[in-house]
Design a protein around this ligand. Structure first.
Ligand code: HEC
Ligand code: HEC
Ligand code: HEC
Ligand code: HEC
Length: 180
């Protein structure tokens, strides 16, 4: 009996340790990123994103067309409430990973590509690329890695998918920091 209790304690302890170790970063939402990423000097990433289709990605789920697609797939809920659609039309379908400030209506946001920002969004971390990456910022080595990110959504699992021409599509949404 004593052994059993010890064993139980040990297991509980291990579980606590594992879950706290994996405490996941949360998605904070585009409004948080926009504070520092909208000036000319920074390269107006917010404006570029806002004019892109990614900013509309949640809104298209409210259309009749979207609901028809959802129905055809046998989904019980409207498209805008179905995790099967939300996973590619917002930052994540996992509500536990959303910070209070995140608005799913903002669609595919900065963090859909750059990773959950709760731990890297402070100035001190952002200014230091290595620190930012350690805190969860996704880094892209080259265009191959960028394309690999795009096709996690732009693929045949998208009910309306036709094709994805990376160079053209990337040119439409690129948002570099201007070289000074
Ligand atoms: C407090 C201001 C601030 C906030 C908030 C902020 N950033 Fe930044 N970010 C910066 C600064 C400053 C840099 C460094 C720019 C440079 O190198 O010239 C930067 C750099 C970056 C880079 C380039 C990193 C690299 O060197 O490759 C990315 C990507 C980025 N931010 C994304 C985001 C995202 C996504 C969010 C929201 C989750 C965010 N930032 C929020 C200030 C901020
Ligand atoms: C694997 C990712 C993915 C999933 C899952 C997904 N979509 Fe999309 N959706 C996309 C992408 C990427 C686009 C833009 C280009 C395209 O059609 O591939 C898009 C575009 C759309 C559009 C606009 C296209 C147009 O021509 O008007 C609608 C509407 C849409 N999706 C509805 C849905 C619905 C409804 C679901 C759930 C049943 C869903 N999507 C699931 C990735 C996805
Ligand atoms: C569809 C994916 C995607 C979205 C959405 C997106 N980015 Fe990016 N972003 C990238 C990629 C890919 C790069 C190029 C690789 C890199 O520099 O890390 C990049 C580059 C950057 C850079 C660095 C540019 C440079 O010259 O070093 C900043 C800063 C940045 N993004 C901020 C943002 C902010 C802020 C938002 C939201 C307003 C955003 N991004 C939305 C994919 C995305
Ligand atoms: C989280 C899923 C997701 C990721 C990752 C993603 N996209 Fe998208 N993208 C979408 C959805 C959904 C739409 C459709 C939105 C709509 O129709 O309103 C879309 C639309 C677009 C459009 C507009 C299509 C058009 O015909 O004008 C471009 C351009 C685009 N994406 C480029 C990219 C590029 C380049 C990358 C990688 C750097 C990327 N996307 C990564 C989900 C994603």
């Amino acid at each position: 009996m004593k052994n059993l209790i010890l064993m139980f304690l040990l297991i509980t302890f291990c579980m606590l340790f594992i879950t706290s170790g994996l405490a996941q970063n949360k998605y904070v939402g585009v409004k948080q990123c926009s504070m520092c990423h909208k000036s000319d000097k920074q390269g107006k990433q917010f404006d570029i994103w806002q004019k892109s289709k990614h900013a509309e990605a949640y809104k298209v789920l409210a259309s009749d067309k979207a609901n028809e697609i959802a129905k055809k797939q046998g989904l019980k809920k409207p498209a805008a409430e179905s995790p099967e659609c939300l996973e590619c039309h917002t930052v994540t379908a996992d509500a536990k990973l959303l910070d209070k400030g995140l608005d799913v209506k903002d669609g595919v946001q900065c963090e859909s590509c750059h990773g959950a920002g709760s731990a890297y969004k402070t100035m001190a971390v952002m200014k230091d690329q290595a620190k930012a990456i350690a805190a969860g910022l996704t880094s892209f080595k080259d265009e191959k890695e960028i394309e690999a990110k795009c096709v996690t959504c732009h693929n045949k699992k998208s009910p309306t998918f036709k094709e994805f021409k990376f160079p053209d599509m990337w040119a439409k949404i690129k948002h570099p920091i201007p070289k000074s």
